[in-house]
Write a protein that binds this ligand. Structure first.
Ligand code: TA6
Length: 303
């Protein structure tokens, strides 16, 4: 589709970064950057404030390769497929040995923009099942994602089963947040919640108080709260997440050793980021019958 038809939108411009096509949003209130590959948002910042979304200085912008940072979209499976429930595994086809599904590596279709006010820009993208997706996920589907860029970041992600049979999936908005200093940051909202510790034989544990960091953390909170906060003392701010349609939350920081193993991640970058992932993972998977639709939303604001 030619992008010329979108030139009427004042807050929108287009650019290339390495192999990928990008969309820059700059309105009276905020700025953002997204790529059509993976419908991947990589930057969000409210004017006169610090960026809220983090992206690695070593991120690669290559075809069929996930960008390290921003908000990668994990679908139709979260994590390693073999850790998913049978229903999710049974819904998949072949070539599924990599983590977090395949939609973050596919080029999404730019559907439209909307500028409800000078302070808000809405970006709509879609991905439709095709011959390639059907090898890994032998079903017919339509994915819709809508980003709202204003004094807060809004994301609405919908899955529509446009086929004739049901399928199951797990998913996550795998959001990387710029928190300044991990040693002066903590996450509240999970006290007394049960989580699966992916770093300790997937054992079930209970969260006591706030989530603090002094080593790698990789936890899947089931029956997660619909609100949580990141206290960033170093930046003198609180980042709040509010969700609907998400029953799990994943919290990850790679810490020192894993950071060194990630080729698209600087050794010290673990200090400035944390992932809080708005998910439906493990037994919180979703099953859609023919014609059914699911929706998950995330609203990120600074307090
Ligand atoms: O955030 C949870 C997690 O599954 C971690 O285990 C880690 O692998 C992270 O996702 C990043 O995964 P990626 O495939 O994007 O490198």
């Amino acid at each position: 589709m030619s992008i010329e038809k979108f030139n009427k939108f004042k807050s929108v411009s287009f650019f290339k970064r390495d192999e990928l096509s990008g969309i820059k949003i700059k309105n009276a209130c905020a700025e953002a950057e997204l790529f059509t590959q993976g419908a991947h948002l990589t930057h969000f910042k409210v004017n006169e404030k610090q960026p809220i979304i983090w992206c690695s200085r070593k991120a690669r912008f290559k075809k069929n390769s996930a960008i390290r940072g921003g908000i990668p979209l994990c679908w139709p499976w979260f994590g390693n497929l073999n850790k998913n429930p049978d229903s999710v595994q049974a819904s998949m086809g072949s070539s599924t040995s990599f983590a977090h599904g395949f939609v973050r590596n596919f080029d999404w279709k730019l559907i439209d923009f909307n500028e409800p006010s000078p302070k808000q820009t809405i970006v709509k993208m879609a991905l439709f099942s095709n011959k390639e997706t059907k090898q890994m996920f032998p079903h017919t589907f339509k994915l819709l994602i809508e980003f709202s860029i204003s004094d807060q970041l809004g994301i609405s992600f919908s899955v529509i089963n446009t086929g004739t049979e049901s399928f199951s999936y797990s998913s996550a908005l795998h959001s990387y947040f710029a928190i300044g200093d991990i040693n002066q940051s903590s996450i509240s909202g999970f006290d007394q919640r049960v989580y699966i510790d992916a770093l300790d034989n997937w054992q079930q544990k209970k969260q006591l108080g706030a989530v603090n960091f002094n080593s790698e953390v990789d936890r899947i909170y089931l029956d997660a709260p619909d609100k949580c906060r990141i206290g960033c003392v170093h930046q003198n701010r609180i980042i709040q997440l509010a969700t609907t349609g998400s029953r799990s939350t994943v919290i990850w920081n790679p810490w020192i050793e894993k950071s060194k193993r990630l080729s698209d991640f600087d050794d010290t970058e673990y200090q400035e980021m944390v992932c809080i992932e708005t998910a439906n993972a493990l037994q919180d998977f979703v099953t859609l019958n023919a014609g059914e639709k699911s929706n998950l939303t995330l609203t990120v604001s600074e307090m």
